[in-house]
Design a protein around this ligand. Structure first.
Ligand code: ADP
Ligand code: MG
Ligand code: MG
Length: 911
């Protein structure tokens, strides 16, 4: 035995010995599957015994070149195999009563179906006879052997699964069999021979020298310890397979955790009609209803249920078919929920009437189900309100805000399937993952239509708006993965006859055909499929949503505001619980039909020439602010004065040059030509090398005081009008891109003068706070000086990130950021989750600001305000509020509550 402990036993043997070395707390060592198998064994549940090889051993495997099992591990494995053989009273590869095992992957974080598993290991030409003798079931034995060769060859020896599928299909055709269960023992024995030939033909001798026989040909391995070693290495290798790597990236799971390997004695759901296998949830994972949920298949093994090979039966029919095992399973569901204090998912197998538990974990669920389950469990006294709030994943709430079919829309349903993952989606039909990826890259929206998805479809699922399958139940691959991604999914729409090779799907009994590129709509909440694009509408939030967010509001300290530029957005933000507007941008108000006025203003040669366009703008801006302030009546509205470089409002010089050249050629309209030339010259003269570091923000206010003056006047006018109408407008003026205090001093003085002027004209005096954005490092570094003349700071963390790193966001996100993330030069995209260096500047600026102005109000208005991880950091820094897009307001409320609760828990731990 090596000094390092790498192998852990679990389970009670037929000899009555229960030696279990792990528990659920050991996920980082045993992986989720191994830790929970150990936990169930500790609880006394019926778990087939086995042992788990640690995730650390997997990383050791990768750390040698070429990858190899670490020294000592083969001996440890041999020792645990012997112990398992003793527990079971059988031996691997034995000719009279062989022990068979599964070799299962399982990492610290669940990665459903991403890695590999081999079943029925230990069968060979000799032990098959033992299996026949022991079970008296010839058909079962040959079926197990052919499954083993098939899985082993695919997973370990890298033989295309299709080779075997084709062999099965031709056998079925030859026998006129409908399903694989119609094949006889003889047929299966013959398939085993065919499968071995496939192996001999497709496996390279160089790749697997240990499989080369005396005749120089590759043969399927007969020695069970060779089988076991190769399978263990293959499971380790599956940690780095393509789809696992993609999945980890998507789920932000680190690459250096490794997978454990669980070697577990086999139980058989394929021993005839008294046997079955199934997948279950203790509650409905789609909507959270307290009911047992899942699918099972009689006379089937493991993967059959999720692979959609045959149609499954709903779990609630189980007790009718298997009264004893059914009753025991229901009892176990209760035990597991009490023990884990959460909804669990389960894999089980019934072997000749006897129930076995093969897996459990806290079950994945939709956001809707997460809320329902949490609220119910508080009601049941299983968890506290705090735990309920801590349990909901803020990022997942997004799902609930997904669009739905417009209830007033007219549409024809062409097919109906299972409502596997909620939300509606519209897009063009594509039949392959690769096509989905290409279409997405070309900017098209697609629905991925598949017979059933496999882990190889992952990239396509990520690229698609929604997923539609014709096969598989609510626990099929498509359903589980789509729910995890929060993507709409309809599965098992059986009327759809898909011919993926010729890119067409026929809807049985209707004459409707779907071709690649046809528009369809799916509704994952109801399971319907519609030809054509259905109008989507924004969702109404449910009572559960409000209940949990209401609880969150009781615990959070951080305020949450919305970023909104229109009355509609302001209202939406308010509906989602925003306590004001943290950022009302004014540049959008300068576009559309107003662009011409703005151009006239910019082109004007002097202040006098700017007066007329400014007067026009004043009128429309006042209307804008009236709308927004009215929608946010009684709550603060922080209006940012004009920020972007002016050239954004002008025509592109390239287009202008083309126009000038055309006019010169045709000589059509000399007056027009002259004015275009003048415009071009002006635009050229305004050209900047780095416009984002140029004439923008408060620098505009200094250069063109009348623009900011107009905006301040409009804000004050709108507020006065509302005040006089008995409303409660709470406008705040925010000056962007300040780097030296003198900028703010100057602009503040000018603004205050105008505010006072307008208020006295209007005969109505009230306070309009004036503050600044902190979005340049110099501002953060001199925040103590700036705070003396600011009523508030709002951290513009987008620009602050750009200027702290010296990154131009639009450029780097397309160019080198992906590489930086891949090579782990940056841990995360700093524009999504606030970077630690930028956070340090924010923290410092807060401290400096409070030193000279204890009353200063501090918020964040960058996109980071809607990122749960960043919200936690802002909470820790002690900001007063975050402001984010209206749809992210609920998520920020929840994340803020979780930050406060986490702090409370940490505090009580310290005592
Ligand atoms: P995954 O992580 O992809 O679900 P699993 O390791 O859970 O892979 O195994 C795949 C399938 O094989 C599951 O349905 C599982 O229940 C079944 N299975 C695994 N080990 C055994 C075993 N020892 N006996 C019977 N079925 C098993
Ligand atoms: Mg599993
Ligand atoms: Mg900015």
């Amino acid at each position: 035995m090596s000094s390092e402990k790498r192998v852990y036993a679990f389970g009670r043997g037929v000899n009555g010995v229960n030696r279990t070395e792990g528990n659920r707390g050991m996920k980082m060592i045993l992986g989720g599957k191994g830790a929970n198998l150990a936990e169930m064994a500790n609880m006394g549940l019926p778990v087939p015994p086995g042992f788990t090889i640690s995730c650390q051993a997997c990383m050791e495997y990768y750390n040698s070149t070429p990858p190899a099992l670490p020294a000592g591990l083969p001996e440890d494995i041999a020792e645990y195999v012997t112990e398992l053989e003793t527990k079971m009273g059988k031996r691997l590869g034995d000719s009279s009563d062989p022990l068979l095992v599964s070799v299962r992957s399982g990492s610290p974080f669940s990665m459903p179906g991403m890695m590999d598993t081999v079943l029925n290991l230990g069968l060979n030409d000799v032990s098959i006879q033992g299996l026949i003798a022991q079970t008296g079931n010839v058909r079962f034995a040959w079926d197990s052997y052919r499954r083993f060769i098939q899985m082993f060859s695919k997973v370990v020896l890298d033989v295309e699964g299709l080779e075997f599928e084709n062999a099965i299909t031709s056998m079925k055709n030859a026998r006129g069999a409908q399903s694989d269960t119609d094949l006889s023992a003889d047929d299966l024995e013959q398939l085993v021979a065919t499968f071995k030939d496939i192996v001999a033909e497709h496996v390279e001798a160089d790749a697997f020298p240990e499989l080369v026989g005396a005749d120089g040909r590759v043969a399927f391995p007969q020695d069970s310890s060779t089988q076991l070693r190769l399978a263990i290495e293959a499971v380790f290798r599956s940690w780095m397979n393509d789809r696992a790597v993609v999945y980890r990236k998507m789920e932000k799971i680190p690459d250096d955790l490794g997978t454990a390997v669980n070697v577990q004695s086999m139980v058989f759901g394929n021993k005839g009609e008294t046997s079955a296998t199934g997948v279950a949830f203790t509650r409905n994972p789609a909507d959270g209803t307290k009911e047992y949920y899942g699918d099972f298949l009689t006379n089937a093994q493991g993967e059959d249920v999720v692979a959609g090979i045959r149609n499954t039966s709903p779990l609630h029919d189980l007790p009718a078919v298997f009264p004893e095992a059914g009753a025991e399973l229901w009892q176990i569901f209760e035990t597991l929920e009490q023990h884990y204090r959460d909804m669990c998912d389960i894999e089980f197998t019934i072997e000749q009437g006897k129930l076995w538990m093969l897996q459990t974990r806290v079950g994945k669920r939709t956001a809707r189900a997460a809320l329902r389950v949490a609220i119910d469990m508080v009601g049941e006294g299983l968890i506290t309100k705090e735990e309920a709030v801590l349990r909901i994943d803020p990022a997942q709430l997004d799902q609930l805000l997904h669009p739905q079919f417009d209830p007033t829309a007219d549409y024809d349903v062409i097919a109906k399937g299972l409502n596997a993952s909620p939300g509606a989606a519209v897009g063009e039909v594509v039949f392959s993952s690769a096509d989905a990826v290409d279409a997405k890259a070309a900017g098209r929206k697609v629905i991925l239509v598949r017979w059933e998805t496999t882990p190889d479809d992952l990239r396509g699922m990520v690229a698609a708006q929604g997923i539609l399958t014709s096969h598989g139940g609510k626990t099929s691959h498509a359903a589980v993965v789509a729910r995890g991604m929060g993507k709409p999914c309809v599965c098992g729409a059986e009327k759809l006859k898909i011919d993926a090779a010729s890119k067409v799907a026929r809807v049985a009994g209707s004459g409707v055909e779907l071709h690649e590129g046809d528009m369809i709509s799916i509704d994952g909440t109801t399971g319907i499929v519609v030809l054509g694009a259905v109008q989507l509408v924004e969702p109404k939030v449910t009572g559960d949503f409000d209940t949990v967010l209401g609880w969150a509001d009781e615990y959070r300290r951080l305020g949450v505001r919305a970023n909104a530029d229109t009355p509609d957005d302001a209202e939406l933000g308010r509906k989602f619980g925003a306590e004001g507007i943290g950022l009302a941008r004014t540049e959008h108000m300068f576009l559309g039909d107003r662009k011409q006025i703005v151009q006239d203003m910019i082109i004007a040669e002097d202040e006098a020439g700017r007066l007329a366009p400014l007067a026009q703008l004043l009128k429309v801006q006042t209307e804008d602010f009236l709308g927004i302030l009215a929608a946010m009546d009684g709550l603060p509205v922080t209006v940012r004065l004009l920020d972007p470089p002016l050239h954004e409002f002008l025509d592109s010089p390239r287009d202008l040059a083309v126009e000038v050249a055309k006019l010169e050629c045709t000589g059509a309209d000399p007056a027009l030509l002259a004015s275009k030339k003048k415009l071009l010259a002006l635009v050229d003269s305004m050209h900047e090398q780095n416009p984002m570091l140029g004439l923008r923000g408060c620098r505009l206010g200094i250069m063109f005081p009348e623009i900011y003056g107009m905006q301040v006047r409009a804000i004050t006018l709108a507020a006065c009008q509302l005040k006089k109408a008995g409303r409660d407008p709470r406008a705040e003026i925010m000056i962007p891109l300040v780097s030296v205090v003198a900028e703010l001093e100057t602009l503040r003085a000018e603004s205050e003068k105008i505010v006072a002027e307008v208020q006295s004209e209007q005969g109505c005096v009230f306070d309009i706070p004036i503050g600044t954005m902190i979005e340049l490092p110099r501002a953060a570094l001199t925040a103590d000086e700036i705070a003396k003349v600011a009523d508030f700071f709002s951290f513009g963390t987008n620009d602050l990130t750009q200027t702290t790193f010296g990154f131009s966001r639009d450029d780097i996100e397309a160019m080198f950021l992906p590489r930086y993330l891949e090579r782990k030069i940056l841990p995360r995209n700093p524009f999504e989750t606030i970077d630690s260096g930028v956070a340090k500047l924010v923290k410092m600026a807060c401290e400096l600001g409070r030193e000279t102005n204890p009353k200063i109000h501090l918020g964040v208005c960058g996109e980071h305000g809607g990122d749960p991880d960043s919200v936690k950091i802002f909470h820790a820094i002690g900001l007063s509020y975050v402001s984010c897009s209206p749809y992210r307001v609920p998520l920020a409320r929840l994340a803020a509550a979780q930050a406060a609760l986490a702090e409370k828990i940490a505090g009580s731990d310290n005592r």
